[in-house]
Design a protein around this ligand. Structure first.
Ligand SMILES: NC(=O)c1ccc[n+]([C@@H]2O[C@H](COP(=O)([O-])OP(=O)(O)OC[C@H]3O[C@@H](n4cnc5c(N)ncnc54)[C@H](OP(=O)(O)O)[C@@H]3O)[C@@H](O)[C@H]2O)c1
Length: 314
């Protein structure tokens, strides 16, 4: 299959391109700069350099591929607008379009407490205000099947592996910022997680067997923020520290402090297992092992996600 990846130069995009190439697909990354194109070509994929909003280039790129996979990271309103344009361009094509969202839409603001709620794909969710727009984008993608697009949504939780997890990087950042590894409240809030290579495998299966209009979760385990903080503190030889939500917003940023570090986000993936036959690899399931990856300890400053607006930095 000829597969176009938006965001092929990113963390998940690269690992997915590698896995799709291994599975025998022709892969093209649509990227915004020549340095990103070089990274994509180094993987063995082709590259198109262009703007995500250049209608002529996008229409041509979509027309030349059998499937498109969204793995770029934009501000959520931009994401919704761009995805709407792509779905209109794909109308009546019966081509595959897979949108990657995220499990933050179902996270609960527990201020560091555990929640027993865990969401399957068929469970209804009530996203918090900043995330409602992502749920709207998911809905738009799933209903595009009615206009002749084989569209699907994949909702990963925290993605880790190969030393590239941004949340683990952020936990290390809290030690650089305060001298101790921080968590919110009692730190019992758990976040579901999956190894990036298991997520890449889910994309391979979704291209082969995915159902138009489907939502697939992708989860292999979970850990509490306190467990992650304790593991990282052991690695760094420093202590841990409980902080308030407000302090967390100062240490990280307004969005991450409240929506990631103070929240509980737990999910299950019965549809991905039943319809795609997806199974996470047991040996890749432990995010606490990933917390000890040497790459994180050598970072010297925080890499801010591209969609976090400077105004939200505390
Ligand atoms: N990582 C996670 O734990 C996680 C969890 C759940 C969901 N997700 C979702 O998965 C997707 C990919 O995440 P990721 O962690 O792989 O992100 P990432 O490493 O930050 O990569 C993002 C990609 O988007 C591209 N990009 C960023 N801003 C852009 C812009 N304005 N115009 C065009 N391209 C732009 C980047 O291209 P350049 O190379 O040119 O910068 C890069 O290829 C996102 O939608 C994210 O919400 C991620």
């Amino acid at each position: 299959m000829r597969v176009l990846i938006f965001g092929a130069s990113g963390y998940i995009g690269k690992r997915t391109a590698i896995r799709l190439l291994e599975a025998g697909h022709d892969v093209t990354g649509y990227v915004r700069s020549e340095p990103s194109a070089q990274q994509v070509r180094a993987l063995g994929a082709a590259a198109i350099v262009g703007d995500l909003e250049d209608k002529t280039m996008i229409d041509a790129a979509l027309a030349a591929h059998d499937a498109a996979l969204w793995l770029a990271q934009l501000a959520l309103p931009d994401e919704k607008r761009v995805i709407g344009d792509y779905l209109r361009a794909l109308r009546a094509s019966e081509k595959i379009f897979i949108f990657t969202g995220g499990a933050s839409v179902l996270s609960e603001p527990t201020r560091g407490e555990w929640s027993e709620t865990s969401f399957a794909e068929t469970d209804s969710i009530l996203p918090r205000a900043p995330l409602a727009i992502r749920a709207e984008t998911e809905y738009m993608v799933r209903t595009a099947m009615q206009s002749g697009v084989k569209s699907m949504v994949v909702r990963p939780p925290l993605v880790f592996g190969h030393g590239g997890c941004k949340v683990i990087s952020d936990i290390y950042h809290s030690a650089r910022r305060t001298g101790a590894v921080c968590y919110v409240g009692r730190g019992l809030n758990a976040y579901s997680s999956v190894h990036v290579d298991d997520l890449a495998e889910l994309f391979v299966l979704a291209l082969a067997r995915g159902r138009a209009g489907a939502l697939y979760h992708c989860v292999a385990g979970e850990a509490s923020f306190r467990a992650m903080a304790t593991t990282i503190a052991g690695r760094l030889g420093v202590g841990t520290k409980s902080v308030s939500v407000e302090e967390a917003q100062q240490i990280w940023d307004k969005f991450s402090g409240a929506t990631v570090f103070a929240s509980c986000s737990r999910l299950r993936a019965p549809l991905a297992r039943a319809e795609l036959g997806w199974r996470p690899s047991p040996e890749l399931a432990d995010i606490l092992e990933e917390c000890e990856h040497p790459a994180y300890a050598t970072e010297t400053e925080r890499t801010l996600a591209s969609w976090i607006k400077p105004a939200s930095i505390g």
